[in-house]
Every structure is written in C-alpha cells, then in structure tokens.
Design a protein around this ligand. Structure first.
Ligand SMILES: O=C(O)CCC(=O)C(=O)O
Ligand SMILES: [Fe+2]
Length: 186
C-alpha cells in the first residue's frame, strides 16, 4: 500500500501512463479508469494528497449523489483526481450492495447521462476526476444485519490535488456538462 501511495501521483503525470477513456466493467478486472482522454498534464501534485478510509455499515447505509470537488478554487479546494481502492476481498455481489454508481455521458453527442454501477470488489482501483464526476454509493448490504461486522464495506480514497487551478472545472473537458445534467435544478 505505501508503495502505491508514493508512486501514484508521479506515475499519473508520466506520459506513458496518460489514460485514454477506458471503462472496464465489471467482474473479471480489478482496475477501472474513467478519465478524460485529454488528460495529459493535469499538473497533479507529486507531493501531497488527502486520504480517507471509509467503513460503511450494513443495513442500507448509502452516500447520496455528489461531486467530490464541486466548487474548486472558489472553495479553496484543489482536489483533481479521486482514487478509490476497495478492500473487501470476499465481496458478494448478490447480497453486499454498496455499488458505486457513476453518471457518465451517454455519448459525445447526446446530452444525457447513463448510470454505470461498479461493485466494490476488493482489489478494484477506480480513478476519476474529482471536479467533474457525479457519483453515489448505493445501499450497503440492504438486507444485512447492521451489527454484523463481516458485512462492513471498506474503501480507501486518495484525493490528489492539482498544482494548477486552471485545470479545475475546465471548460474544454468533455465531462464539463455532467454537473448540470446530474443536478438539473442547481
Ligand atoms: O466509497 C465509495 O465508493 C465512494 C465514497 C465517496 O464517494 C466519497 O467519499 O466521496
Ligand atoms: Fe465521492
């Protein structure tokens, strides 16, 4: 784990690691990357990050639809990349719930979103832009006993800031309209 955390920002700024849009869903793969294909030089920090280990209780706990960094520099928030590593090795997709739901563009020409649900299987690493991607966590083990610790959902999130605030809420991103589509009243 420590190796991952130390090398991830540098690797993401490496030309060899620049991602094209790549969505691998679901069960036979452990890595899912949903990143704009114009991702060269987002100026990700290689010296700082925030991290959170979230333990979500069974019995239907959920996390509502949101964008991690909706306001960007207006709120003093420079987080650009969200990386989530799921940690439940024995995840049971029929009972354990807690899928991460992403709202993605239907197509490059269609002003609609489609939902993509990803199971939080242990070992899956998911990355997306913190300032653009609407997402929510569906109920965790909705029929499970809320006091059963074996049903707890574990997720380690690392947020990596950009050192260049012009990269936040960039009007040239192909995901720039997702916020309005996901939150039409706001
Ligand atoms: O645990 C997850 O799958 C996502 C959690 C999340 O969206 C967040 O902490 O902002
Ligand atoms: Fe989030």
């Amino acid at each position: 784990m420590s190796i991952l955390l130390q090398t991830l920002p540098a690797a993401l700024n490496d030309q060899m690691m620049q991602m094209q849009t790549q969505t691998q869903i679901p069960n036979t793969t452990t890595t899912t990357t949903i990143i704009d294909d114009g991702s060269a030089a987002q100026d990700l920090s290689n010296s700082s990050f925030n991290a959170k280990l979230a333990v979500t209780s069974p019995g239907g706990s959920k996390y509502p639809l949101h964008i991690d960094n909706p306001q960007g520099i207006d709120a003093g928030d420079t987080r650009k990349l969200t990386c989530i590593l799921y940690l439940n090795p024995d995840y049971n997709k029929d009972e354990d719930g807690g899928e991460l739901r992403l709202l993605l563009p239907s197509s490059s020409t269609d002003p609609k979103t489609e939902m993509v649900d990803l199971t939080p299987e242990g070992g899956r690493l998911l990355m997306f832009w913190s300032d653009e991607m609407p997402h929510e966590v569906l109920p965790t083990a909705p029929n499970g006993d809320k006091d059963d610790p074996s049903l707890d959902r574990y997720a380690l999130t690392v947020w990596i800031p950009t050192t260049n605030v012009t990269k936040l809420h960039n009007e040239t991103s192909k995901f720039r309209n997702l916020k309005d589509l996901a939150f039409p009243a706001s």
